[in-house]
Ligand binder design. Structure first.
Ligand SMILES: [Zn+2]
Length: 134
């Protein structure tokens, strides 16, 4: 979950430098709607909005929604990109784990970067030793 502070500074304030400043009520509504978005996805969606939103008015929730969708698709593509050094990984910030939606549930999966590969290997070994069924 994105903190109120991060959402204000990196999403609302950033967009307010390009567009009209939203009212407190509007900003609060946006936070409630999108606070569960994965942080890197939200930051990318913010960038997409700065490029695609063509009006002076602050982007509408529906526009946020489609920008998040677009960012999420990019994110899924990028995260299977191999050989990203962990320190350059903006998906997991070097943690090696990212969350993905699977059948409507959030699950932790290894990231595609070098840190993620170490975790994937450790998890595979653990699964083998437990003979766990997935
Ligand atoms: Zn990563």
């Amino acid at each position: 979950m994105i903190s109120r502070h991060v959402f204000k500074v990196y999403v609302v304030d950033k967009l307010s430098t390009f567009f009209d400043i939203p009212s407190d009520g509007e900003a609060k509504e946006l936070y409630e709607l999108f606070k569960n978005t994965n942080e890197p996805v939200m930051f990318r969606a913010t960038e997409i909005l700065t490029k695609k939103h063509r009006y002076k008015s602050f982007p509408l929730p529906a526009e946020f929604d489609s920008a998040i969708q677009e960012a999420r698709e990019e994110h899924t593509r990028d995260s299977i990109d191999p050989d990203i050094p962990r320190e350059n990984c903006y998906v997991c910030y070097g943690m090696g784990i990212q969350t993905k939606e699977r059948n409507g549930r959030k699950v932790a999966v290894p990231c595609g970067c070098s840190a993620g590969k170490i975790i994937a290997k450790a998890w595979a070994e653990y699964d083998m030793s437990r003979r766990r069924r997935i």
